[in-house]
Design a binder for this molecule. Structure first.
Ligand SMILES: Nc1ncnc2c1ncn2[C@@H]1O[C@H](COP(=O)(O)OP(=O)(O)OP(=O)(O)O)[C@@H](O)[C@H]1O
Length: 346
């Protein structure tokens, strides 16, 4: 189901946690809410769920105004970071729970509930564990049960709040891949909260980048990574460098010289140049480029991260080089130029 959030505002005792947030969530998409701690991700998720009431603004489920509907009426499936499975119930009972407590009119027959629970356990790859209790499962298995339980009621929307946050890195990675596969099979409209950019980039159809109660950018992983629309998004997603520069004569100047970066149409004056460590080209000589002294270098997987001191009053610049190219270059002088960049105003 499609969900539309319109100019949503939420205050907690006059503290504004969300400012006029608008967002269209498409039917069947997996969308990630990504942002630092306190940016309003969970608040937005809880408003969509109906666990909080908006101070202002509306939420539509399809064409229906759901702003003041209860959680039950919205028919939401939830998974939280700290799994809230019922400890005294088996895996099968946990998954069946949402259907069993339905009013008689809408409750499937017992045999049908059991069949559906078994199907879901197969989907989340836990067949054979239906008689176990939560305490007899690993953290990752519990989260898979939680997802099966959330999906059992055929929710209009699945809401996942850092579902893998408490798990170790390798399990998180596996579950990420697995969640994407499940989503592709079931097609539930899914909203996923995370502060882990890698998780969002890998998993989501679209990412909503949030900061200080506002949406900074909405886009596909490629769009937000390749074309960040603000310094915040540039800095928050992926690695980046930010250099104080000047625009003059349709070119970018660093200190007293142009660095071979054109800036057509940019207004003259102070600016900030953002570029990623891997979006650079190493040059042999330097007539019109950046140059500096290698302060340190370290091997990170398939590349070498090199920190270049470009002068006092500036942050060191980090660039990425192939390991063979960068061996033994510490303290040497290096010349380079960004190949992809964005200019923002201070
Ligand atoms: N019940 C509440 N009462 C008062 N303030 C709240 C309440 N819930 C959230 N806030 C505040 O609203 C802001 C947004 O919180 P929210 O939990 O939505 O952020 P978040 O992006 O999900 O952060 P995290 O990643 O740490 O969970 C924070 O400043 C938080 O302190």
């Amino acid at each position: 189901m499609e969900v539309r959030v319109e100019k949503l505002r939420k205050e907690f005792e006059r503290f504004p946690a969300l400012h006029h947030v608008s967002l269209d969530i498409r039917s069947g998409e997996l969308i990630a809410l990504l942002g630092p701690s306190g940016s309003g991700k969970t608040t937005l998720l809880r408003l969509i769920a109906g666990l909080e009431a908006p101070t202002e603004g509306k939420i539509f489920f399809g064409e229906q105004d759901a702003s003041y509907k209860s959680v039950q009426e919205r028919n939401i499936g939830f998974v939280f970071q700290h799994y809230a499975l019922f400890r005294h119930m088996t895996v099968l009972e946990n998954v069946s729970f949402g259907l069993k407590i339905r009013p008689a009119k809408r409750r499937p027959e017992a045999a049908e509930i059991k069949k559906r629970a078994f199907e879901l356990l197969e989907l989340v790859q836990l067949s054979g564990l239906e008689k176990r209790y939560p305490a007899q499962l690993s953290g990752g298995q519990r989260q898979r049960v939680a997802l099966a339980r959330a999906m059992a009621v055929e929710p209009n929307v699945l809401l996942l709040d850092e579902p893998f946050g408490a798990l170790d890195a390798q399990v998180r990675k596996d579950l990420r891949k697995w969640l994407r596969e499940i989503h592709d099979q079931t097609g539930h409209t899914t909203v996923f909260v995370t502060h882990d950019q890698e998780e969002a980039l890998e998993l989501a159809d679209r990412i909503v980048v949030m900061s200080q109660g506002r949406i900074e950018q909405v886009g596909t992983p490629d769009e937000v990574y390749d074309n960040p629309n603000s310094p915040f998004v540039f800095g928050f997603i992926g690695q980046s460098n930010c250099l104080k520069v000047r625009i003059s004569n349709h070119e970018v100047w660093f200190e007293d010289r142009p660095i071979g970066v054109p800036a057509p149409g940019e207004r003259e004056g102070e600016a900030l140049l953002y570029f990623r460590p891997h979006d650079i080209q190493i040059l042999d000589g330097c007539g019109g480029c950046m140059a500096g002294v290698v302060a340190s270098s370290r091997r990170v997987a398939g590349t070498r991260h090199v920190e270049v001191d470009v002068g006092s009053g500036h942050n060191p610049v980090e660039i990425e080089l192939p390991p063979e190219r960068a061996a033994g270059i510490d303290r040497s002088r290096i010349a380079f130029r960004p190949t992809k960049w964005k200019i923002f105003r201070p």
